[in-house]
Design a protein. Structure first.
Length: 120
């Protein structure tokens, strides 16, 4: 795996994309064990947190599965005709609108000076 340190994409996104591509292209076959986060971080000379982020994103996508004591493996799809799902970009504002989160807040203080907020 080659990382472009001068790329406009973050290292964790590059690692995520490379692993995803390897899984979808069959270079990492279903059921195979992926390297531990520590080992991969050491070999790529990046922070372990960077690898953890990529693995967590792949777990969220359903491409990896993990079980305590047996490592992290490439998920075996239920059927061979169903492709892995495409990762959808998370839209924070859409999630807040769907949750009917207040759009504005009015700040004021109680008599003791503690901040209070009214959400509309």
């Amino acid at each position: 795996m080659e990382l472009g340190r001068e790329s406009n994409r973050t290292l964790r996104q590059q690692i995520y994309d490379a692993l995803r591509r390897a899984i979808l292209d069959g270079k990492l076959p279903a059921g195979s064990t992926v390297p531990s986060t520590r080992a991969l971080a050491a070999s790529l000379r990046v922070s372990r947190n960077t690898i953890l982020w990529a693995y967590e994103a792949l777990l969220a996508d359903g491409l990896l599965v993990t079980r305590k004591g047996s490592g992290t493996k490439v998920r075996v799809p239920e059927t061979t005709h169903r492709p892995f799902p495409e990762r959808q970009a998370f839209d924070l504002w859409a999630a807040l609108r769907a949750a009917h989160y207040p759009a504005t807040a009015q700040a004021f203080a109680d008599p003791d000076g503690n901040p209070l907020y009214i959400h509309r």
